[in-house]
Design a binder for this molecule. Structure first.
Ligand SMILES: CC(C)(COP(=O)(O)OP(=O)(O)OC[C@H]1O[C@@H](n2cnc3c(N)ncnc32)[C@H](O)[C@@H]1OP(=O)(O)O)[C@@H](O)C(=O)NCCC(=O)NCCS
Length: 270
């Protein structure tokens, strides 16, 4: 691994939270429980300047995927921002992931604009991140308007880390008859009133339009604004039922589960 990145330790948590807080207080508050959880510093890295922690980045490993990763909290202390540290830190992380044969890296960014920024600041706190990711080769895959809150979108980007595979024909991907059923509705972390359905594939048969409507009624009763769901692209019949119940396709995270099996996203707006 690059000598720039240092594995984060539990004793680094306070310094890392101070780095995040220098950019955004709310983000520091949201990040804290994750770091303090058992194993919360695993696969997270810090960078230092004169011995002091000035940056943090890392990755998360989603279940049921083949060599797919999500970029986790990535921050450079506001005092050191715009001096090239973020680019060096991310380049080193990408190299580290390539060394472990990673295939795909995804990241979520918000387009939040602080309407009361400090003087000389335009309030678009994630604009530098979006610019940096794109300049490192990330591509915008999905834009979910009003995701985090009304007027605050989620932008999902992807970066291919391994060689691009030879073209895969849809007919090469086995379509799966699945028995997905919904377990509960829940408010998505870091959002205001955006919901999703928890599901497993241990049902008797695939959920029906009526099952989807029961979930939607439950979200409506809870004051939800929208429902965001995603399923593997080779699950037979799922898209048809969701669309018949009023969901719209909102995009695809390509090659998410494995090459040729994407994560198909759906949105329902009340
Ligand atoms: C994103 C972040 C980690 C980058 O760290 P950094 O050390 O400032 O990054 P660098 O100096 O290497 O690069 C910043 C790039 O953004 C550009 N930039 C800065 N402000 C910008 C803005 N308002 N709009 C567009 N681009 C901007 C800089 O010009 C530079 O690009 P360049 O190298 O092509 O000139 C840091 O800005 C940060 O902590 N931001 C807030 C938290 C955040 O958004 N994290 C990611 C959440 S997904």
């Amino acid at each position: 691994m690059s000598t720039l990145l240092e594995e984060m330790q539990t004793e680094d948590i306070d310094a890392v939270l101070a780095v995040i807080e220098s950019q955004d207080d709310d983000d520091a508050e949201e990040a804290e429980p994750g770091y303090r959880a058992i194993g919360g510093c695993l696969d997270q890295f810090v960078i230092r300047e004169k011995g002091e922690i000035i940056g943090v980045t890392g990755y998360l490993t989603p279940p049921a995927c083949e060599q797919t990763y999500w970029l986790s909290w990535t921050y450079v202390d506001a005092e050191y921002a715009n001096q090239g540290h973020g680019r060096k830190m991310l380049t080193a992380l990408i190299e580290h992931l390539k060394e472990k044969d990673a295939r795909m890296l995804f990241v979520n960014v918000s387009d939040y604009v602080d309407d009361a920024p400090e003087e000389g600041d335009d309030g678009a706190i994630y604009a530098a991140a979006l610019h940096l990711y794109q300049s490192l080769g990330f591509k915008i895959e999905i834009m979910h308007p009003d995701y985090y809150d009304k007027g605050e979108s989620q932008i999902v980007l992807s970066l291919r880390l391994s060689d691009v595979p030879a073209m895969i024909m849809a007919s090469d991907i086995p379509q799966e008859n699945v028995t997905v059923n919904f377990k509960a509705v829940y408010e998505i972390a870091d959002t205001d009133d955006a919901y999703s359905f928890a599901w497993d594939d241990e049902g008797e048969q695939l959920f029906s339009i009526e099952d989807v409507r029961i979930g939607l009624d439950d979200v409506r009763d809870k004051g939800g604004r929208a429902v965001f769901l995603s399923f593997p692209s080779n699950y037979l019949g799922v898209a048809e039922v969701l669309i018949a119940a009023g969901f719209k396709k909102s995009g695809v995270l390509p090659d998410y589960y494995e090459d040729g099996i994407h994560d198909q996203h759906f949105t329902y707006t009340f």
